[in-house]
Write a protein that binds this ligand. Sequence first.
Ligand SMILES: NC(=O)c1ccc[n+]([C@@H]2O[C@H](COP(=O)([O-])OP(=O)(O)OC[C@H]3O[C@@H](n4cnc5c(N)ncnc54)[C@H](OP(=O)(O)O)[C@@H]3O)[C@@H](O)[C@H]2O)c1
Length: 226
Amino acid sequence: MNMGVLGTGMVGRAIAGKLASNGHDVKMGSRDPEAALARTEPGNDGTMLADWKAANRDVAIVPFAAAADHAKIIFNATSGSGAMDALVSAGEQNLAGKVLINVSNPLDFSKGMPPSLFVSNTDSLAEQIQQRFPEAKVVESLNTVNAAIMVHPSAVADGDHTMFLCGNDDDARSTVALLLNEEFGWRNVLDLGDLTAARALEMYVPLWVRLFATLGNPMFSVKVVS
Ligand SMILES: NC(=O)c1ccc[n+]([C@@H]2O[C@H](COP(=O)([O-])OP(=O)(O)OC[C@H]3O[C@@H](n4cnc5c(N)ncnc54)[C@H](OP(=O)(O)O)[C@@H]3O)[C@@H](O)[C@H]2O)c1
């Protein structure tokens, strides 16, 4: 299937690389592919984009609009503060009618670490995206774990932990639940219903940051038991 992954950071790389290795035709979106590939500083996964690209030759790095136009399913893996601009660049017409999986968190680093959220409680980044692009089928998921776990849940607890999703379109939520299972191996996907649940998923992130500081590594997740 044609897939679009907006974002060239560690999340975009993890998702695009996994989908390509599963045989999908993946285009990764960037503001400026040439500039992104020319950067000499490593990304937050410790590798340079050019090195990642050399190891993932089948993934094309293209402008946001070309990645969105190409895709049947789109992942938004851009920085929270840049997400709306990235999606505007992707083009409303290229998002319309498509499942748009939002992985982006509304993190505000302007006052240093730990980050705060620039939207919370009564609204969320996912809902703002849905409101700005009403014809896209926004589903929030994967934002509660580290990039490595997103596409390899068995990396912790033998995969026996919980991934959440939410969104306003029933079929889109079902599509994403199936994709998480079949493409990435998630066995325990919990559907939280409509997109207002994204407030809770995004407000979990400050706890994630605190757990990261306490545990000293990002390889953890949560499991819902009852
Ligand atoms: N890192 C994780 O493990 C993790 C886990 C869960 C959720 N998340 C969320 O996933 C998202 C991606 O995280 P990341 O660590 O992979 O990368 P990131 O550094 O947060 O984002 C990189 C991407 O954002 C784009 N970008 C940055 N500023 C922009 C702007 N002003 N306008 C348009 N695009 C802009 C960059 O475009 P260029 O390609 O042009 O540079 C790049 O593609 C974030 O929202 C993060 O909160 C991350």
